[in-house]
Design a binder for this molecule. Structure first.
Ligand SMILES: C[S@@+](CC[C@H](N)C(=O)[O-])C[C@H]1O[C@@H](n2cnc3c(N)ncnc32)[C@H](O)[C@@H]1O
Length: 236
């Protein structure tokens, strides 16, 4: 850890909201880590950890926030000691990493509790991002990572058009999207989208979520998207 990234102790427990779903979490006393913080580090994070500072592909072109909380490191081999953090937040990162089982192991090693959020398998099917490697779903206390396979032509056509409409007016995503109509109509459509996506964001429709702690751990498994056969299991 760099000298600049000092750990701030919160003294007592703190309640906060994390991820795009704004899931409520309680962190015990101690520092909070945000892994893969990118352009949107959590405001309560005492330490943020990022691997890619120069390549913004994984962030739709947005630059990573670089401040005195930053530790450069890989999420699958975190440069922190065991139990260093009260809480770790990992929002929309697990679907990017090469070895999600190692990621899940590392998160439970460095923190007493944590939160992982990814796009749901449905969202990844209907609104796929080319730089996501996994479709993530949850079975009880297990996260299931299915490597994305090549989609059929019909599904590819459907998802391309769904994507254009779902992200209407979001030109900064760097992908083709439908433009908002000019004037008041555009403002109304943008407002309606904000409300609809805000509601969907709080459901399981768009996100897979896992809250964990030392007393309530989880495991992770990688499966073949075609056969769904388990190839690797992380024991509790
Ligand atoms: C889609 S952004 C998510 C940013 C933020 N957490 C959020 O919820 O908006 C994914 C971030 O994960 C980072 N990332 C991907 N693989 C990583 C790895 N192995 N170690 C650390 N960060 C990684 C990327 O650089 C990127 O900033």
């Amino acid at each position: 850890m760099t000298g600049a990234a000092q750990l701030k102790n919160h003294g007592g427990s703190v309640r906060l909201r994390a991820g795009w779903s704004k899931t409520t979490l309680t962190a015990g006393p101690g520092p909070i880590l945000d892994v893969g913080s990118g352009a949107f580090p959590h405001p309560h994070a005492s330490v943020i950890c990022e691997r890619n500072l120069d390549d913004n592909t994984d962030r739709h072109g947005a630059s990573a926030v670089i401040d005195d909380r930053l530790v450069v490191g890989d999420a699958t081999s975190l440069p922190f000691r065991d139990g260093a953090f009260a809480l770790v937040i990992v929002s929309h990162v697990a679907e990017h990493v090469e070895d999600p089982v190692a990621l899940c192991r590392e998160l439970q090693r460095v923190a007493h509790s944590g939160y992982i959020e990814t796009p749901s398998a449905l969202a990844e099917t209907l609104l796929p991002e080319p730089f996501h490697q996994w479709k993530v779903s949850r079975r009880g206390r297990r996260l299931v990572f299915a490597r994305k396979s090549v989609s059929s032509k019909r599904l590819e056509w459907t998802s391309r058009h769904l994507y254009r409409w779902f992200y209407i007016g979001q030109e900064d995503r760097g992908r083709p999207v439908v433009s908002l109509p000019p004037g008041a109509a555009g403002m109304i459509v943008a407002r309606m989208r904000w409300v609809i996506v805000g509601v969907l964001n709080r459901t399981h429709v768009l996100h897979t979520r896992m809250v964990f702690s030392a007393a309530d751990p989880f495991d992770a498994v990688v499966v073949d998207d075609q056969s769904r056969r388990s190839s690797e299991v992380l024991a509790n």
